[in-house]
Ligand binder design. Structure first.
Ligand code: C2E
Ligand code: MG
Ligand code: MG
Ligand code: MG
Length: 282
């Protein structure tokens, strides 16, 4: 009986694996056409200055409007695009679109809103990435000061020494770098010392857990203090409640981002948002 059960489980597992790889093959194929057929669109989520309550920048987040499957989240297709290398053309498209959109917003409204673009490791370390950034800025007319690149700790681990060089050059160009999902990876504190990053984004898991776990709260407080000593701006990601907002303001966090203030929006909806998203900051 046990043997039969084991066999069934194994067959179930095999079935699941086959299904999963079939799904992946289909998705890969679809990704290929998606780039050609313009099925991607960019949404923008506001980041809010904790002191003034105004929108101080936006994060560009890609969306895939699949012709039959509907909206597919980047958490699903970005990893796949990374595996297949399709992240290169897709990443270029994203960088281009985000810079064009924000240059357009600036031209139409006069607002100098910086845009943060997520960059995959493969894209970041590819030869010619910096030239690509320069080209995109020149083509779109967006000032380099209004572009920020978000990289995660996995990017740091992949690149060892090269990352510092790249970040230094970006800084000279006027382009800022933010460390995304901070705290979820395994980069060491001594490594962090050498990184010319402008901003540190505390992962949502810490923002949530700090509310009810005093050890997490201690880490969060420590990281914020440390970042400030290194002249970095700290962002709290995924703020969903007033309590989390107040907790992060109490801990001197500089910038807040989350569904509490706004979901990621298409450019047209972003334009119509009021300048201030927190009326009463206290
Ligand atoms: P991320 O860079 O950490 O982006 C923040 C994610 O948190 C976004 O999910 C955003 O919609 C979500 N979020 C914001 N506020 C809240 C909140 O209050 N609660 C919750 N539960 N979630 C919130 P999204 O758009 O699904 O993106 C997921 C991840 O996919 C991103 O994480 C990023 O790693 C990747 N990604 C998204 N767009 C791009 C892109 O254009 N290029 C690359 N390379 N990666 C991207
Ligand atoms: Mg990000
Ligand atoms: Mg993040
Ligand atoms: Mg995150």
């Amino acid at each position: 009986e046990a043997k039969r059960q084991g066999r069934n489980t194994w067959q179930w597992y095999r079935g699941r694996q086959a299904e999963k790889s079939r799904h992946n093959v289909l998705m890969r194929h679809d990704l290929h056409t998606a780039i050609r057929e313009d099925q991607f669109e960019m949404h923008y989520q506001p980041l809010i200055d904790a002191q003034s309550g105004c929108i101080c920048s936006v994060e560009a987040l890609v969306r895939w409007r699949h012709p039959t499957r509907g909206m597919i989240s980047p958490g699903e297709f970005i990893p796949l695009a990374e595996q297949t290398g399709q992240i290169i053309p897709l990443g270029n498209w994203i960088l281009n679109q985000a810079c064009r959109d924000l240059a357009e917003l600036r031209a139409n409204t006069g607002r100098e809103l910086p845009v943060a673009v997520n960059i995959s490791s493969l894209q970041f370390y590819r030869d010619g990435f910096l030239d690509e950034v320069k080209d995109v800025l020149a083509r779109s007319g967006l000032p380099p000061e209004l572009l920020e690149l978000e990289i995660t700790e996995s990017v740091l681990l992949d690149g060892a020494k090269k990352v510092i060089e790249l970040m230094e050059t970006l800084k000279e160009m006027g382009v800022r770098v933010a460390l995304d999902d901070f705290g979820t990876g395994f980069s060491s504190l001594s490594y962090l010392c050498d990184l010319p990053a402008h901003k540190l984004k505390l992962d949502r898991s810490f923002v949530q857990k700090a509310q009810h776990d005093h050890r997490t709260a201690a880490i969060v407080q420590g990281v914020i203090t440390m970042a400030h000593h290194m002249e970095m701006i700290v962002v709290a990601e995924g703020v969903e409640t007033r309590e989390e907002q107040q907790g992060m303001i109490f801990r001197q966090c500089d910038v807040l981002q989350g569904f509490l203030f706004s979901r990621p929006l298409p450019l047209n909806d972003l334009i119509t948002l009021p300048e201030y998203l927190i009326a009463d900051v206290s």
